[in-house]
Design a binder for this molecule. Structure first.
Ligand code: HEC
Ligand code: HEC
Length: 507
């Protein structure tokens, strides 16, 4: 690298600024208090006790074998959960993506989206390294594991979960493939769990072939409110903007649960019905911990599953905590996966900060209702829906949820398509991402392709490919439903674009 003398460097910076500083710029992750991570107001003492228990379970670190944890199962390690080194739970599967719920859900507080963590919490303070993507070093190498880290997991890039678009024989796959194995870890129940019996998956080759689709963690704040919105409210909110949407080419359909027919609303494609199902599924898909809801191990290689009972995390029945991974307290019998779900259901939505004049202008441009449509972002990102009038958790009754989502799935063009079908959500369809809390998110869009809000907004526009990009995937997608709105966005003056970015970073 050539060296530019200091004063010249300033001159060049000033010159660049006269051109670029006029342009709009994402102000970046908002500093200050998280405004998230606490319980919804108005919980009963019992509900609050379950919430607090839920935080402890969500931050527990999994060991592999049932008797190999560092602490008594369920014991309080006294550690900062984001710097955890001691395992106090067990059942980590032979293959996994993470070994703690909060390793992927901690930005800007426990329960959040994916963020950065100190990669070497076990080292003395003198060897402190600044926080980075936990999938780069922390997770793949914990407890002596020697996992190869594929090139799409970078030091300051997003946490990513990987789906394969197709199987080897060309038939559709679509499922999550776990990135890492337990080989080499010091807490395996029996010797003999080696790369030979548990071969690592060759993600690099699949990546080069274009067969991978990525998903980044979503935040879980406020999901109790989202779950408590009635189907009729989702449908009537959408109906209220039908003519304005039709004029701009915006559709939107609910994804539905295959058996009971009700609207599913969790996940990037609204593919999951409930918080409880997501929690049980995540425990098995991300961590390989089998449970009441997902009782079958994803990898049954016997040399690597010694000393682990399956299903591992089920409703406790023993009179003591010796075999159970339970906490020695009155909440003893509730399984981890259910505690995760209760915690998430009771997590308050992220709180916005006071709007600056620019952010207020941005809110108007974003649009609030058909009488104040702005450029029409609100036609998908519905600012508010109210939860149903009767809920077993009274604090969730008739609460306005300022989620900025219609909870429907939309065609987003070939530019965003991930070629994964889930329910009615085809390879080019995604749920309108709720924007509450976006002020403190680090990466955007389902695959985390950018950390710049402006890029995320522009990526909504995509022409589709009526001919199909049959070379790569044999898929054919219509143009993005957001094209007309993004055209209006692009036509805005720089100060107005800036206002929308300022509005989003206040949420
Ligand atoms: C390796 C990283 C990782 C770990 C560990 C992880 N998650 Fe997630 N989480 C994700 C990703 C990625 C998504 C988005 C998945 C999708 O939509 O396909 C997600 C989504 C979710 C959602 C849905 C949020 C929404 O807005 O719809 C919930 C609920 C959730 N996770 C709960 C959990 C729980 C509980 C645990 C611990 C058992 C956990 N997660 C562990 C990566 C992770
Ligand atoms: C046709 C419906 C639609 C319209 C109109 C729309 N969005 Fe979106 N928005 C989506 C969908 C769907 C996603 C998720 C896409 C993905 O992840 O691939 C999304 C994602 C986003 C994200 C990233 C969120 C995250 O956490 O990753 C931002 C920011 C955003 N939209 C802002 C806007 C703004 C600003 C406008 C108006 C200029 C707008 N959107 C208009 C449907 C829409």
């Amino acid at each position: 690298m050539f060296d530019i003398p200091m004063p010249r460097r300033f001159a060049i910076a000033a010159l660049t600024c006269t051109f670029l500083c006029l342009a709009q710029k994402d102000p970046g992750v908002r500093g200050g208090p998280p405004g998230a991570g606490g319980p919804i107001p108005g919980l009963t003492p019992n509900e609050l006790a379950l919430f607090n228990e839920g935080i402890r379970r969500t931050t527990q670190l999994e060991a592999v074998c049932d008797t190999c944890s560092d602490m008594p199962l369920g014991g309080d390690t006294g550690e900062n959960p984001n710097l955890a080194t001691l395992t106090n739970s067990s059942g980590l599967g032979a293959r996994f993506n993470g070994d703690q719920c909060s390793v992927c859900h901690q930005q800007p507080a426990i329960g959040g989206s994916g963020g950065f963590l100190v990669p070497n919490p076990q080292d003395p303070p003198a060897r402190y390294r600044k926080p980075e993507n936990p999938m780069f070093d922390l997770i793949p190498h914990r407890k002596g594991a020697q996992n190869y880290v594929p090139s799409f997991l970078t030091r300051y890039g997003p946490i990513r979960e990987v789906r394969f678009q197709r199987n080897q024989d060309g038939t559709p796959d679509g499922g999550v493939h776990a990135l890492f194995t337990i080989v080499g870890r010091s807490d395996i129940g029996a010797p003999g769990c080696t790369n030979a019996v548990l071969p690592p998956t060759d993600f690099e080759t699949q990546y080069r072939k274009g067969n991978l689709s990525f998903r980044i963690p979503l935040q879980t704040f406020g999901l109790g409110l989202i779950e408590a919105i009635q189907d009729s409210t989702i449908l009537s909110s959408s109906a209220a903007t039908a003519s304005a949407r039709a004029a701009l080419g915006i559709g939107g359909i609910p994804n539905r649960s295959g058996n009971d027919g009700t609207i599913s609303r969790f996940g990037w494609k609204a593919q999951n019905k409930s918080i409880a199902i997501f929690a049980g599924e995540a425990y098995n898909v991300e961590m390989g911990v089998t449970n009441d809801v997902f009782p079958t191990a994803r990898d049954e290689t016997s040399a690597c599953t010694q000393g682990v009972n399956e299903p591992n995390d089920i409703t406790r029945t023993d009179p003591t905590d010796i075999r159970n991974q339970a906490f020695n307290n009155p909440l003893h019998m509730v399984a981890d996966w259910l505690e995760f779900a209760i915690f998430i259901r009771e997590l308050a939505p992220p709180q916005p900060v006071a709007f600056s004049p620019s952010a207020l202008r941005g809110q108007q441009l974003f649009g609030t209702d058909p009488a104040h449509p702005g450029i029409g972002c609100f036609l998908c990102h519905t600012p508010t829906m109210v939860t149903g009038p009767r809920h077993e958790t009274e604090a969730l009754q008739s609460v306005p949820a300022n989620l900025y989502s219609d909870l429907l799935v939309h065609h987003m063009g070939s530019g965003l398509a991930d070629n994964i079908t889930q329910g009615v959500a085809a390879g080019d369809m995604f749920r309108t991402t709720p924007l509450w809390g976006i002020g403190q998110r680090m990466f955007f869009l389902h695959d985390g392709r950018t950390n710049d809000l402006l890029v995320a907004i522009r990526a909504h526009a995509s022409g589709g490919d009526p001919q199909g990009d049959s070379l790569a995937h044999g898929n054919s997608y219509p143009p993005s439903e957001a094209n007309a709105v993004i055209q209006k966005f692009n036509a805005l003056a720089a100060a107005d674009k800036q206002a929308i970015l300022d509005f989003l970073r206040s949420l």
